[in-house]
Design a binder for this molecule. Structure first.
Ligand code: B12
Ligand code: SF4
Length: 469
């Protein structure tokens, strides 16, 4: 979908991995992949042209929760151009809320299939069934919800996939390939996964609803082939999308060694990690640095032990400190994630938390509002306490542009402004700029991103009502 959190937009434009992985599973079919972030401002025109030229029989649309309204607009657009085209929707929102969505008339009119959970095998089976003329009875396709004459039918769930059987993503099917880091168009980036899932269960996170509390990994050989292939296509940076790559330390070490052995460490790797995984393994951090893992997004979330316990985040202030120190020692850039809007938060606790996070000397602080995504534990708890402000306009659930919660001490607007003010503080914090990894290595591109965000933050503080998208 074209919708993107503005803060992310100024830092990087990464491609979507799910849709190329789905394309990879459709062997023997004509497939085109269109990542709509590449055609913002001309979405309607691009889609209309593609539909008219390519004449697809089936269109798959993917959306996170905050993008689902846009997904529906695009489905309506496609049905308006060519009503016979079948449309399948998948991704997080559909997987979490398919039963609710199936009650909507608008969904019934514009979508034909809802694909729940991992899509590779479900989508491939759906396509085969259509090809074999079984459109009127899809009851055998696990993981699929479909429209029968009597209304939506929800087939049984599909078991988690054996990752070894998932074909490589078909990146060559992309129509637009403009993806880059820090607005630097000479720095093409791509995405890859080396594992799926996470056995932890942080209360705000949606992934257990998708994958259960299960961790599965791809064979290192497959990952290396995938990286080599991207390198041959001129990719300079790779973002690893794994939920918790540090869960299986041995696997990550094997991967780092393979990257080094195959001479692939001239590519810059960016990855998300848990602090606990790194703190316990200093030798791993050193190895990651040698494999050219240069940018690490760490889910610190908070430096307050009570808050960490409250959200079930498996880290501690000491673990966070140790991780940050190890990363700095190994010259790895740190993007520190911080969550704001916990039930007990007041102005003082938010400021103190940011102060403590700044003391970790991260290179970028990435602040998020606690967001009550459907089916999460945190939603249940916040609803019970009456702390969810916007219960059902999910288009605002992007954790940053809008704040959808209040706390026991602050209104929604106050929480919104607290985060923005802390961001403003960061822009002028000399410690934050001194020896900054991004400033040192990305110079002007980073300054541009900072200036852009500074202006946006000022506007949000002046005009922000909690809804700035
Ligand atoms: C990588 C990642 C990012 C990257 C995105 C890079 C990119 N362009 O893709 C970055 C860091 C930028 C990011 C940002 C955000 N992210 Co994010 N991200 C992830 C992460 C860790 C992996 C996504 C991924 O690539 N998975 C691997 C692919 C193969 O799986 P997939 O995309 O889910 O697709 C599969 C299925 O969903 C299904 N499917 C999907 N679409 C379709 C469509 C059809 C037709 C079919 C048949 C099947 C199907 O089949 C696919 C193959 O199995 C997920 C967690 C996760 N494990 O998925 C969170 C996640 C998707 N992100 C999440 C969130 C909230 C965000 C942000 C809003 C947070 C923020 N403010 O920073 C932003 C929004 C980004 C934006 N576009 O503006 C939430 C979404 C929750 C929800 N209910 O919507 C997740 C689930 C994390 C979480 N812990 O809860 N994210
Ligand atoms: S450690 Fe990360 S991926 Fe795992 S449950 Fe917590 S937030 Fe989700």
């Amino acid at each position: 979908m074209p919708d993107c959190v503005k803060l992310i937009d100024s830092l990087a434009r990464f491609p979507n991995l799910g849709i190329v992985s789905l394309a990879g599973s459709l062997t023997g079919h004509e497939v085109r992949v269109l990542d709509l972030v590449t055609c913002r401002g001309k979405v309607e025109k691009t889609i209309s042209e593609l539909i008219n030229e390519f004449k697809p029989e089936l269109v798959g649309l993917s959306a996170m929760t905050f993008q689902f309204d846009t997904l529906m607009k695009i489905a309506a657009l496609i049905k308006g151009i060519q009503p016979e085209i079948k449309i399948a929707a998948g991704g997080y929102h559909v997987s979490l809320l398919y039963d609710k969505l199936a009650e909507s008339k608008h969904v019934f009119e514009n979508l034909d299939y809802l694909v729940r959970g991992e899509g590779e095998f479900t989508f491939a089976e759906l396509v085969s069934s259509l090809e074999n003329g079984n459109a009127s009875d899809m009851s055998e396709v696990a993981g699929l919800s479909w429209k029968s004459e009597s209304g939506w039918k929800h087939n049984k769930d599909r078991e988690l996939a054996d990752l070894e059987k998932i074909p490589l993503p078909a990146r060559d099917r992309r129509i637009c390939k403009e993806f880059y880091f820090l607005n630097n168009r000479n720095y093409p980036v791509d995405v890859i996964e080396t594992s799926r899932g996470c056995p932890f269960n942080c209360k705000f996170c949606c992934i257990t609803q998708m994958y259960g509390r299960v961790f599965r990994k791809y064979p290192v050989g497959r990952v290396v082939n995938d990286i080599r292939n991207m390198k041959e296509h001129g990719i300079k940076g790779i973002f690893i999308t794994d939920d918790n790559i540090t869960y299986d330390i041995q696997h990550l070490k094997e991967l780092c060694n393979a990257i080094i052995d195959h001479g692939l460490n001239d590519i810059l790797f960016m990855v998300q990690v848990t602090a606990a995984g790194l703190a316990a393994n200093p030798d791993l951090v050193e190895l990651m640095s040698r494999a050219n893992f240069r940018i690490v997004f760490v889910g610190f979330e908070s430096m307050d032990p009570a808050t960490l316990k409250e959200i079930s985040k498996p880290t501690s202030p000491e673990t966070n400190r140790k991780t940050a120190r190890l990363l700095r020692e190994n010259k790895i850039g740190i993007i520190a994630s911080v969550i704001v809007g916990h039930p007990a938060d007041d102005r003082g606790s938010i400021s103190e938390n940011f102060r403590n996070i700044r003391n970790l000397h991260p290179d970028i602080i990435y602040p998020l509002y606690l967001t009550p995504y459907p089916k999460t534990k945190i939603r249940e708890e916040l609803l019970k306490e009456g702390l969810v402000v916007n219960i059902d306009d999910y288009s605002r659930y992007d954790c940053f542009s809008s704040c959808n919660v209040k706390t026991r001490h602050l209104s929604q607007k106050e929480v919104f402004v607290c985060l923005r003010k802390e961001m403003l503080h960061d822009f002028f914090d000399p410690r934050h700029l001194f020896q900054n990894y991004f400033l040192k290595n990305w110079g002007f591109s980073f300054v541009w991103a900072i200036a852009h965000n500074l202006l946006r933050t000022l506007l949000d503080i002046l005009f922000g009502s909690g809804r700035s998208r």
